[in-house]
Design a protein around this ligand. Structure first.
Ligand SMILES: [Zn+2]
Length: 198
């Protein structure tokens, strides 16, 4: 299901959020009712609903909608999937790339569905560790593959703009299951995505 601008915003939620963001703005800036900020509460209300739309989407249903029987048992890798999420501690973005691999056990899914699953869990309030595990679990539970691996490399604005201000730090998280618990399989995957885990 593609994102549909008109259907995505619940009027009641939008008006409640708008009211609250108006209050927040008035606490942060002097003249929050000046022209440039006039429509900001409503815009933020809609933007935040967009950025959290993953709560209304079902990753397993998306994967199942394109589940095909196929006798392949080679590793399937989708790498460099763009990812934009929001840290649940500061409500600031983190962004980067996800690399996902699985070894089929009779069933494969559409490659674009893997990217959709990354979106479904990214568009929620997240911590990177949980996001990584949720992507793995959705694939594991739906396709029952011989193994699944997920690596996420992301930059967190809450670290870059505030706090420790480490502008160039990248956080890497990983989750492995099944065949990827074996060193050889895991190494092959990490080599293919060009990641260097310690
Ligand atoms: Zn944070």
């Amino acid at each position: 299901m593609a994102y549909k601008k008109n259907e995505e915003f619940d009027d009641e939620v939008t008006s409640s959020l708008t009211k609250n963001y108006k209050e927040i703005l008035s606490n942060l800036v002097d003249n929050s009712d000046r022209e440039g900020l006039e429509k900001t509460p409503e815009r933020v209300a809609k933007a935040m609903q967009y950025l959290t739309q993953g709560y209304h989407l079902d990753a397993k249903a998306i994967l199942s909608s394109a589940k095909f029987h196929e006798d392949v048992s080679e590793m399937i890798i989708v790498k460099d999937i763009e990812l934009y999420s929001m840290c649940e501690h500061h409500l600031l973005p983190f962004y980067g790339k996800a690399h996902v691999a699985y070894i089929p056990n009779g069933y494969i899914t559409g490659l674009s569905k893997i990217a959709r699953v990354v979106d479904v869990y990214s568009r929620r309030l997240q911590v990177q560790e949980r996001l990584t595990q949720q992507i793995l679990n959705a694939i594991k539970d739906t396709l029952n593959p011989l193994g699944v691996a997920v690596v996420i490399e992301a930059s967190h604005l809450c670290m870059m703009m505030r706090g420790v201000q480490k502008q160039n730090s990248v956080t890497t998280t990983s989750a492995f299951d099944g065949e990827f618990m074996k060193n050889a399989t895991r190494s092959e995957f990490l080599k293919l995505i060009g990641a260097n885990l310690h």
